[in-house]
Design a protein around this ligand. Structure first.
Ligand code: ARG
Length: 449
């Protein structure tokens, strides 16, 4: 398609090195939609007759069906999806096909296709994120009142509930969805008409093309439109952060499923055994999610590095945007699907959770708060309770069995009332705190959302 000035064929190795058809074939529905919109604008501009347009549209629809049915033969001589489709169209319909590329370059074409692809991917991923939120929410609902130690530094801190713990992930995923929605606004701009880099002397109705493709607006600088891959980098960042959230959830579940914690049990369908140790039941899905987050971060580094040294405008380096993008989307799509299924079937071991939460040390802060309510300044209260904890540890006595009045007269016998998990949780009524009422209200709010 660009052989006019060349007298030698492209070397085989160069073809192998430069082809993108092996991965950019998946842009085909968007490439075809873009070509049809572009061709329609060519009628008004007097480039195509209505009959020629119809030939092009029907030809492209046939090609679309062939690709979808796996009957299309891609060739690496045609390098990428854009030239594969255009070559097939011209083979099919003759001269009209050769007019399609008027006032267009593969540079604005690939930018258009990639934006459309990203838009679809964002919509799918946002649905999958909602699905995962749903699974977490169902589990949070089932165990809304199941008390569990909350940890800092992976040391027991204060009591929470399983519902509260899981809702923390529902919040993270809500931000992830927002971020994707926000990125979608920025990427939904049509570059078509920017040509190779400086528009075209043949003016097509860019607004009409954009409208047909569902874009919100048209780009306002052709050089930026051709070379901008911010939206790819931004999405890959968003995907990486989703990976971070899924990875943290994975780590929690890996701990919960260990014999040491024993808080949760995953279904046999979502765990694997060992070929050597017959007793093993491993949380591989969680480990893979944690591991695959490394790929998501790697893809972010790849795209940021690929674009950093590029002079305006298009450089072939930009072709390196697609594999990290597609890989992140594929990785995340499967991660979200399998995690959603796994969490839907996860069982929380209520007794083990509540036994762990019955450790009276979890209520040491509540004891200090009790002193504060008696008028003791918090720092002094902290110190007194610290002494009580030391006595408990040194005498191997549970904190709630000590005679606190012996440690300091500020502790009155009524102080022992704090050693009730129910009271402790019920008192945590401030917005965002884990009283069971609050947790239930949050569950109701998320259900509505
Ligand atoms: N396969 C190329 C890419 O993905 C399409 C654009 C090629 N443009 C060019 N001037 N060689 O970036």
């Amino acid at each position: 398609m660009w052989k006019g000035r060349f007298s030698k064929a492209t070397a085989d190795l160069v073809q192998q090195y430069g082809e993108s058809i092996s991965y950019d074939w998946r842009l085909y529905p968007h490439d075809i939609a873009g070509s049809i919109a572009h061709a329609r604008a060519q009628i008004t501009a007097g480039i195509l007759t209505r009959d020629e347009f119809e030939l092009i549209e029907n030809g492209l629809r046939e090609i679309e069906k062939e690709i979808a049915a796996g009957e299309f033969e891609f060739s690496i001589e045609c390098e990428d999806i854009h030239m594969n489709i255009e070559a097939a169209l011209t083979r099919k319909i003759g001269p009209a096909g050769a007019k399609l590329h008027t006032a267009r370059s593969r540079n604005d074409q690939v930018a258009t296709d990639t934006r459309l692809y990203c838009r679809t991917a964002v919509d799918n991923l946002r649905d999958l994120l909602s699905g995962l939120q749903g699974a977490l929410l169902d589990c949070a609902d089932r165990y809304a009142a199941t008390v569990l130690p909350g940890y800092t530094h992976l040391q027991r801190g204060q009591p929470v509930t399983v519902g509260h713990h899981l809702l923390a992930y529902v919040e993270m995923i809500a931000r992830d969805k927002d971020r994707l929605g926000d990125a979608r606004k920025r990427l939904n701009v049509s570059p078509l008409g920017s040509g190779a880099l400086a528009g075209s002397t043949i003016n097509l109705d860019r607004e009409a093309i954009a409208k047909e493709l569902g874009f919100d607006s048209v780009s306002t600088n052709s050089m930026d439109a051709i070379s901008d891959r911010d939206y790819v980098a931004e999405l890959i960042f968003d995907f990486a952060l989703i990976g971070a959230h899924l990875s943290r959830l994975s780590e929690d579940l890996i701990l919960w499923c260990s014999s040491e914690f024993g808080f949760a049990t995953l279904s046999d369908a979502h765990t694997t055994g060992s070929s050597l140790m017959p007793q093993k039941k491993n949380p591989d899905v969680c480990e893979l999610t944690r591991g695959k987050t490394g790929r998501l971060y790697g893809n972010l580094t790849a795209i940021l590095t690929a674009i950093k040294g590029l002079p305006l405008t298009y450089n072939r380096d930009l072709q390196e945007d697609k594999e990290p993008l597609f890989d992140s989307i594929d990785t995340l799509t499967l991660a979200l699907r399998v995690n959603t299924e796994m969490i839907s079937e996860m069982v929380i071991n209520v007794e083990t959770c509540e036994a762990a939460a019955s450790d009276p040390l979890l209520l040491a802060t509540d004891l200090a708060d009790w002193l504060v309510k008696e008028g003791v300044p918090f720092r002094s209260a902290h110190e007194l309770v610290g002494k009580a904890v030391a006595a408990a540890v040194n005498t191997n006595t549970p904190l709630d069995q000590l005679d606190l009045t012996q440690i300091d007269p500020a502790f009155k016998p009524e102080a022992s009332a704090v050693f009730s998990l129910q009271t402790a949780l019920a008192a945590r009524t401030n917005p965002g705190a884990p009283s069971i009422e609050n947790v239930k209200a949050q569950i109701a709010r998320w259900r509505k959302a």
